[in-house]
Write a protein that binds this ligand. Structure first.
Ligand SMILES: N[C@@H](CCC(=O)N[C@@H](CS)C(=O)NCC(=O)O)C(=O)O
Length: 323
């Protein structure tokens, strides 16, 4: 685990000492948008037109943020339009790697050894963390974006003219409600589990833990009253929550000490989780080997023995009671 400083890789863990033991996630830096006609999006440069075989996605199957983009690639019928490389689950002194002997597909574009090389191909003197997902443009040889929340919005609409897939997970009429739910879920749950797990003081951990379980109680109530987070429409808000929920009982309960309750013990949330898991094609995007191996093996300051637990044994394909 580390970061680039002026294009040089440094092996360094997150700095929580300057934040009273609290983990603060850095904002993604590369924020261009693929659009239908190549005009500029909400931020960054113009020139990234939606085209077949032009873009490549770098993901980790362990990472909940990257997982969102794989789900959208599938739901929006983009598998034949956007190619993918998968990093190894182990993120150690070199950060994410393309070790083909260790469950990576390898880097399909440059045959690189390390993910940080993709960042320096984009900008030789890049400074910052080397995160996945990354959406790469083969035409301009640049990173379009390293922000999953924005990559899924591009996938939701920019390629519709090519694919004919009009499924809309961010419908205009629900946008303000989706944004509100996303904000709540991001701070307390998506990033909340990391804030609990990476906290290096009791106080920072306790605060994150309490916020997380209070938020899950609210979500349980919401999903008791409604089929999905925003009424009866399946939206991006659900998929953004899904990638955290599916990792929760396998990793966050034990490794990140989020152990007040399991997701299995929430009646509405657990049935909802199975409903989403059983949406056609979604289970193929879930890889529990990568998920467990990544967290338990890579975070050596949390789990110095690197022993990966065998359980839990949960059948997400069993029936649910939704809909
Ligand atoms: N804002 C980014 C966050 C992505 C992110 O933090 N990914 C993690 C993997 S789960 C990562 O690559 N971490 C490496 C690091 O922080 O050095 C997004 O949602 O796309």
């Amino acid at each position: 685990m580390g970061l680039l400083v002026n294009g040089q890789w440094h092996d360094k863990w997150y700095d929580t000492d300057n934040n009273q033991g609290e983990f603060k996630r850095e904002a993604a830096q590369l924020r261009n948008w693929v659009t239908e006609d190549g005009s500029a999006g909400q931020s960054g440069d113009a020139g990234f037109k939606a085209e077949k075989d032009r873009y490549h996605l770098y993901v980790s199957l362990a990472c909940p943020w990257a997982h969102r983009t794989l789900i959208f690639r599938h739901l929006k019928g983009l598998e034949d339009y956007i190619s993918v490389s998968v990093v190894s689950p182990d993120m150690l002194e070199h950060g994410w790697t393309f070790d083909k002997d260790n469950h990576s597909t390898g880097d399909a574009l440059f045959d690189s050894d390390f993910m940080h090389q993709i960042y320096t191909h984009n900008k030789a003197d890049y400074s910052g963390r080397v995160t996945v997902p990354v959406l790469w443009d083969k035409k301009t040889q640049r990173i379009v974006s390293n922000e999953s929340a924005e990559i899924i919005r591009m996938f939701n609409s920019a390629f519709n003219g090519l694919t004919g897939n009009e499924c809309d997970f961010y419908p205009q009429s629900l946008r303000s409600e989706i944004d509100e739910v996303n904000e709540f879920v991001y701070h307390n749950i998506n990033n909340g589990v990391y804030r609990a797990g990476f906290a290096t003081t009791q106080e920072a951990y306790t605060e994150a833990f309490d916020n997380l379980f209070a938020a899950l109680d609210k979500i349980e109530q919401r999903l008791t009253a409604n089929r999905y987070l925003v009424g009866d429409t399946l939206t991006e808000a659900d998929w953004r929550l899904f990638t955290t929920l599916i990792r929760f009982d396998s990793v966050y309960v034990g490794h990140f000490k989020c152990n007040l309750r399991t997701i299995e013990s929430y009646p509405a949330i657990s049935n909802y989780l199975r409903e989403l898991y059983q949406v056609e094609g979604v289970s193929k995007t879930v890889d529990f080997y990568h998920i467990k191996r990544h967290y338990y093996f890579s975070h050596t300051m949390i789990n110095p023995t690197q022993v990966v637990p065998k359980g839990p044994d949960i059948d997400y394909a069993r029936p649910h009671n939704r809909g």
